[in-house]
Ligand binder design. Sequence first.
Ligand SMILES: NC(=O)c1ccc[n+]([C@@H]2O[C@H](COP(=O)([O-])OP(=O)(O)OC[C@H]3O[C@@H](n4cnc5c(N)ncnc54)[C@H](O)[C@@H]3O)[C@@H](O)[C@H]2O)c1
Length: 250
Amino acid sequence: MAHKIALITGAARGIGLATTKLFAAQGWHVAMIDRDEAELTAAAATVENALPVYCDVSDPQSVTDMVARVKSHFGRIDAVVNNAGIAEFGPIQDTDFAMWRRVMQTNLDGVFLVSQATTEALKETSGAFVNIASISGLRASTLRLAYGTSKAAVIQFTKQQAAELGEFGIRANCVCPGPVRTKLAMAVHSQEIIDAYHDALPLNRYGTESEIGEVITFLCSDKASYVTGQTIAADGGFDSTGVGLPALRS
Ligand SMILES: NC(=O)c1ccc[n+]([C@@H]2O[C@H](COP(=O)([O-])OP(=O)(O)OC[C@H]3O[C@@H](n4cnc5c(N)ncnc54)[C@H](O)[C@@H]3O)[C@@H](O)[C@H]2O)c1
């Protein structure tokens, strides 16, 4: 039987790389997509049967060329993980249009472009989309006007995909990670933010890249064959919890 093929954006490090390794361990072959060419090349060398493809997901031509390369190399795509993302935090009054556009270009336009370019391939395999949003798309926290809004849009985008593409056997689900100590998070998580997360998390710790990847690979697998249109927070309980944890712990 042909190997299943996953296309993962933002695969050079962090959650995308951990997810790539989980897919590989389950026998999938992976198209690793990233715009950081040096890091992508180094990461792909550590994974068996991986195809690294340089691509900026916010650039329509780059996405078209990337999907053509993946299709010609593997011949099929069974799962698309829209994981590439950037985070820029700041108060509303400091969020200028340039920052707003940078965040939207990768976090929202990128999901749109890669999804549109791969939908026909997923029709052929009755494949699955998994889009990576964030707990910042579920609950508003300070400093996340652009980032949180982009991630909330990804949640709705996923529901739109599920509503229209189920007819073709395509499933679409969304994963909302809680805090994970990746390069992206550590660039914007000050000590105050780290402390605030601990105060708001029932599990009282950051998650790991693999804990997010396990949810992603499950949603792409046949074990999730009747699951579509869902938003799943892998977040240590953040989304379900209100006030009171620090008082409980003291
Ligand atoms: N780490 C967290 O705490 C956290 C929490 C919630 C959601 N997320 C989301 O998880 C996803 C992965 O983030 P991560 O924490 O692993 O970050 P990361 O910075 O470690 O990895 C992101 C990868 O995406 C790539 N990338 C960024 N913009 C790109 C573009 N335009 N085209 C192609 N590649 C691009 C980067 O080069 C990098 O390799 C993101 O969508 C992020 O918003 C992360």
